[in-house]
Structures are given as C-alpha cells and as structure tokens.
Ligand binder design. Structure first.
Ligand SMILES: Cc1ncc(COP(=O)(O)O)c(C=O)c1O
Length: 485
C-alpha cells in the first residue's frame, strides 16, 4: 500500500553533498530515481511538497521543483494540477515501458471468486484510461459536506445516541430515508420497514439468510449479472444460486419460473451490467410470478439516482411492497468506502430480518447514520446528486462522441442510466483479446464474460465504466481500444 508522507517529514533517505562536483539538482534526481527503481518509493506514493522537501534538505524550492519536473518528464513521477505529485506506476516509466502489468483490471477477480467491486490498489500500474465499471468518481466525493455532516451529527446527538442503537437503524435516519425514497423512487417505504445496513452486500446477505429460514434457499440471479456476489450471499444462507438469462427486456420470467427458485435478485432500473431497463410488461410478469409462487423479489437499486434519457423509472417495490425487498446503497451516490445502505422490507420480513441482523452485528455505526440523515435533510445530498448527474451526463456524452469519432464499429447500449455502458464488439474481434491488448496498453476494461455464469466470451462485449474516468481519458481509451478491434 502506498504510504502518505506528512508534508514535513519525508520518510526516505535522501542526502545531498554540497562539496561534490555534481550539481545539487542532479544529485537529488539520481537519488530519487534510484529510490523509485529500488522500490523504496512505491508506485502511487505521494511525494512531499517541493517546499517541504526543500526545507528538509536545505535546498532552494526551485531546485526541488525542477527535479520533480524532470522526473515527471521521464515518467518516474506523475503530477496533476491541484493534486500532489506521486510516484508513477512501473508501466509508465520511460526506462521500463515494455514491462507488462500483471494485475487484472481493477484488481478484481472473476465471477466465481469475485471479492466485490474493489478498486485499483494504489500500487497497481497506472492506466491511461480506467473503464472499471461500478465506481463513482472518487475524486468528487463531497468530503466537505460529509465532514460537516459528521460534525453536526456528533455535535447535536444526545448522550443516549452513543449507546447501542436499534439493530434496524436510527429512527431519525429511517424516517428521512422513507420520505426520501417515497419522493425520489416512488418506493412504498415507512421507517418501521427499513433496515439500515453496511451497504448492499450486507443487506442482501441478511435478507437471504432470513428468507432461507422460511425455506427459500434457492436464489435466482440475472445472467449476466452479479453472479458471484449473489452466489456468495446465498451460500452464506446454506442455499444456492441459479442463473436466469436476461434479454433486451430484462430477466426472462418464463426461464425463471422453470428454475423452481422462490427468490430472485434483479436490477430493474438499469440491469447490471447490460444496462437494460426491465420493460413494463416484464415488471408485471415478474410480480405475477412472485404472487403465484409465493416468492420474493429482491430489487437492487444500485445506481437508480442517475438517469438521463427518459423519465425516471420508479422502484419495482412501489408496485408490490409485500413481495419486493428493495435495497439501496450510497456506494454509487457518495462513495463505496462509507459502507452505508438500506433495505425496505415487506411487513412480514421485518422481524425475521432483525433476528438475523442481531447475529451479524449490533447495527450500523450510529454517528454515520446520523450524518447521512443530516446530509439528506440539509439538501446537500440532493445537491451532490444533481452535480454528479450533470457530470456523468457529460462523460456519457464524451463516450458516445469518442465512439462515433474513434471507433464507429463499436455499438453502445445500456446508456439510459448509471455510469457504465456496454460496447458490442464487431464480429471477428474476440473479447478476451481486446481486453488483454487494451490492458497491455494501459486501458483497463472488462469483458462481459466476467459477468456470465458460464464465463462465455461470445457475443463479445465490453463493460465500459465512465464514473471514475474523465472525458480526456475516455477519448484516449476509446481511441486505443480501436487499435485492437
Ligand atoms: C450490482 C451491484 N449492486 C450493488 C453494489 C453496491 O454494493 P455495496 O453497497 O455493498 O457497496 C454493487 C457494487 O459494485 C453492484 O455491482
């Protein structure tokens, strides 16, 4: 993991010899190059500010700045306006450009052993463009607002708030969430039927464990979809998972019916990862299936906040609150690191879910819950979403334009919402070859095969995330992908 130095105390041994014939700047450059090559300064590590390093070594700041500029030019360091200078990844260094990175895009493993969305480890090779799907812009997390909200929460919370709380969550946050979800998602929500949790994954696991106790152990999952995640959750409940195909209208309900499963996990607003929107006909078919089979539909509302080209589609739960469990998360709207989410439950599942949750932990950290309530009530959450919606809409447009200009043989779909799309490869462009070549040339992108239960690589498709990638990188990355079609 990259170390963050405090600006005044760089923990690396650098010395300059004022009596040596070599100029001070050349000495410093040489030592920094050596330290980076030897790994004493690891990829991704933040360099001290030029002022701090100059003070530490008793040099003028100009010398350190020139040295940094030289090393940036050589590819040892990277600098971006407004952020700290960092040690570059191996793949971008001038002397080692031929070396091939070894990590998979996003540092993730495939469906079977998928560990979750994850992100690039700090020491992973720097990519020219990282189209990792599922990540919001980590540079635009509303840190100030979150810090303010935590402070407000801490300042205003009564002493009793520091005791163990309700395992289902803080009453105040549950009220705020209920009214927010009714307003924004047309969810049939009430505070009493909400469980606050540590994100979608925990919510899903607890719900599947509660459903297993009622005999519903076989869980159907969309294919392609979050096969690995849902399988892991089902197995934690001593159950199993069965894939059901998704077509242009969403999940195939007839195929679902044939599985015998009485639980299904779906992403109706923007299918993960094909981007298909569950058609109105299928919504009704799915709910009719649930009633006929006494089954439960688990709705994953992961990126429903970001919708572009049509009127927002309300939550499926709003159509049948007795059959649908709806799970939301701040992992796309704020940041995955916050580990906050919510589950809206049918009345019959509230007690069973609370009983399971008590065996898992004693609830979600209260101050974080209060902070989320403060953020939402203050309007700052909505404001952030508005900003991000505009930002992602711009990037989505950049992606469409980049494909039109640089790679017209790609066909894009799934762009109605969220921050990822699917690029359909032309015949004769094998998915695995395109993904591998792109990666070798600094473009991180995933193939759809990673989300298929069989791992099939046909039809060849790329899942292109643009949440954490700016417009320039999008254009560069798409231009580069074209060379491998
Ligand atoms: C389909 C899907 N749903 C939900 C999530 C969010 O999960 P969590 O809230 O546990 O971070 C993810 C994360 O990438 C996802 O891929």
């Amino acid at each position: 993991m990259a170390v963050e130095w405090s600006s005044s105390a760089p923990e690396v041994l650098l010395t300059v010899d004022r009596d040596a014939p070599a100029p001070l700047r050349a000495q410093l450059e040489l030592q920094l190059r050596d330290a980076i090559r030897a790994g004493r300064l690891a990829a991704g590590e933040r360099m001290p500010s030029s002022r701090a390093l100059a003070e530490h070594l008793g040099l003028s700041r100009g010398i350190v700045q020139e040295c940094y500029e030289q090393l940036v030019a050589e590819g040892y360091l990277v600098s971006r306006p407004g952020s700290a200078t960092r040690v570059a990844s191996v793949s971008t260094r001038a002397d080692e450009r031929t070396e091939q990175p070894s990590a998979a895009p996003g540092g993730r493993v495939g469906p079977a052993g998928r560990v979750g969305p994850g992100s690039l480890p700090a020491s992973a090779p720097r990519l020219v463009a990282d189209f990792q799907a599922g990540l919001p812009d980590l540079g635009l997390v509303p840190r100030e607002d979150w810090a303010w909200a935590v402070r407000e929460a801490c300042r205003t919370a009564p002493s009793a708030a520091f005791d163990y709380g309700d395992v289902l969550g803080d009453d105040g946050l549950r009220e705020v969430l209920a009214s927010y979800l009714r307003r924004v998602r047309a969810t049939d929500a009430s505070a009493a039927r909400i469980m606050v949790c540590a994100g979608y994954q925990q919510g899903l696991t607890v719900v599947l464990q509660a459903l297993a106790a009622s005999g519903r152990r076989l869980v159907a999952v969309e294919d392609p979809g979050s096969v690995g995640t849902v399988t892991a959750a089902a197995r934690s409940a001593h159950g199993d998972c069965v894939p059901v195909p998704v077509d242009a209208e969403g999940i195939d309900v007839e195929a679902l019916d044939r599985t015998g499963a009485r639980v299904v996990v779906v992403t109706p607003a923007h299918q993960w990862p094909t981007g298909v929107v569950l058609s109105p006909g299928r919504r009704h078919e799915l709910l009719a299936w649930a009633r006929r089979r006494d089954a439960v539909v688990v709705e994953d509302e992961y990126d429903s906040e970001f919708r572009y080209d049509r009127e927002p589609v309300g939550s499926l739960q709003g159509l049948d609150p007795h059959r649908v469990v709806s799970i939301g998360t701040v992992s796309k709207s704020l940041a995955p690191a916050l580990r906050l989410g919510w589950v809206v439950l049918p009345p019959s599942l509230v007690d069973p879910v609370a009983a399971v949750r008590r065996t898992v932990d004693r609830g979600t950290p209260t101050i974080d819950q209060l902070a989320l309530a403060v953020l939402m009530e203050s309007g700052r959450y909505d404001r952030h979403l508005r900003r991000m919606r505009a930002e992602y809409a711009r990037r989505r447009q950049s992606l469409v334009a980049a494909v039109e200009t640089h790679a017209p043989e790609l066909r894009l779909t799934g762009l109605a919402a969220g921050f990822h799309a699917v690029a359909h490869l032309p015949d004769g462009s094998p998915e695995e070859r395109v993904v591998a070549r792109a990666r070798e040339h600094g473009v991180g992108v995933e193939g759809m095969s990673r989300y298929r239960s069989t791992g099939a690589t046909t039809p060849g498709q790329l899942v292109i995330g643009f949440g954490n990638t700016g417009p320039r990188a999008i254009a560069e990355g798409i231009g580069s992908i074209r060379s491998w079609l």
